[in-house]
Design a protein around this ligand. Structure first.
Ligand SMILES: Nc1ncnc2c1ncn2[C@@H]1O[C@H](COP(=O)(O)OP(=O)(O)OP(=O)(O)O)[C@@H](O)[C@H]1O
Ligand SMILES: O=P(O)(O)OC[C@H]1O[C@H](OP(=O)(O)OP(=O)(O)O)[C@H](O)[C@@H]1O
Length: 269
């Protein structure tokens, strides 16, 4: 038998721009990154994931809950390498093209309140503006710098660093759900960035070992059959795991094991 076509729940499930969580009271709505902060600030959605640059450009009141660790780049003033512009003040009163008109206008106004800098908005490919004669300089994102260099531009100054954030409406009516969601994401991020290290060390060298692996609160110690030795277990950053193993081996630690963590809840998340 076919499903009734006018069933609203069924229609929502079939939409590509909305995803319904099946085991949590949450609907995900996919929106342009630049519009998300506004929807969150107006309380149309409770939570949003977008860049810090987008939040500040929107100039609205949202609460930053978590830094998500991706989408890292810098918003920079850029000018042609071959120009005489080496200081952002050289661009005050000149023509700027950008996808960030609010941040750019604020930056140049603060730099020199006596001059009116012309700020023009374009929606993408901002780096083309100088070569095409529309701008003396631009304000745009730089990650690797490849796009900037390919366009013959260089960084004149850095306005801000940005990355993806989880933001919330400060007056949400669903505080408990929001907090549970934040904790779930924070737990998954902590698990992704950490590993569990376990090793045996002589009691006489325990103080040195604890200095190398202090754990988030303190390491877990377990006695061994041999009273002169102790087993140590704690979380360390994945990025530091090889260095820590080298250091532990140097102070005589043995049987050093590293485990991946699937998920976790730890304090200070
Ligand atoms: N090269 C990059 N490296 C890291 N983060 C980036 C980069 N470009 C954009 N972002 C980040 O991604 C978010 C969305 O930016 P943007 O709207 O430009 O996305 P997009 O995917 O390039 O969209 P579109 O292609 O439609 O312009 C912003 O928060 C921005 O800081
Ligand atoms: O320093 P890079 O690693 O080269 O990255 C920077 C580029 O990435 C973004 O552009 P995107 O690809 O989103 O295209 P767009 O300019 O059309 O938004 C940004 O606007 C820069 O153009």
């Amino acid at each position: 038998m076919s499903e009734p076509v006018d069933d609203p729940a069924r229609q929502l499930q079939n939409r590509l721009d909305i995803a319904l969580a099946t085991n949590f009271d949450l609907a995900l709505v996919f929106l342009p990154a630049a519009d998300i902060a506004l929807y969150v600030a107006e309380g149309r959605v409770d939570l949003g994931i977008t860049g810090r640059d987008m939040v500040q450009e929107s100039n609205v009141d949202v609460q930053e809950l978590l830094q998500l660790g991706f989408g890292k780049c810098k918003l920079c003033v850029q000018a042609p390498i071959k120009s005489n512009i080496k200081n952002p003040k050289d661009l005050c009163g000149k023509r700027i093209v950008t996808s960030f008109p609010t941040l750019a206008a604020k930056y140049f106004k603060e730099l020199d309140p006596t001059k009116t800098t012309s700020i023009h908005y374009v929606s993408g490919s901002v780096e083309a503006a100088c070569a095409l004669g529309l701008a003396d300089g631009i304000v745009d994102l730089v990650e690797t710098g490849d796009t900037m260099r390919a366009a013959g531009l260089e960084v004149v100054s850095e306005i801000m660093t940005t990355e993806a954030l989880l933001v919330a409406n400060p007056h949400t009516a669903h505080k408990e759900l929001v907090d549970t969601f934040r904790k779930r994401i924070a737990g998954a991020l902590t698990a992704e960035r950490h590993v569990m290290i376990e090793y045996n060390v002589e009691r006489a060298r325990l103080a040195e070992a604890v200095k190398i692996t202090p754990g988030k609160k303190s390491p877990t110690l377990s006695p061994l059959d041999d009273a002169n030795w102790v087993a140590v277990k704690c979380l360390i950053l994945l990025s530091e795991s090889n260095t820590k193993m080298d250091q532990l081996e140097k102070i005589g630690a043995r049987d050093i094991l590293i485990y991946n963590i699937h998920n976790c809840r730890v304090s200070n998340e």
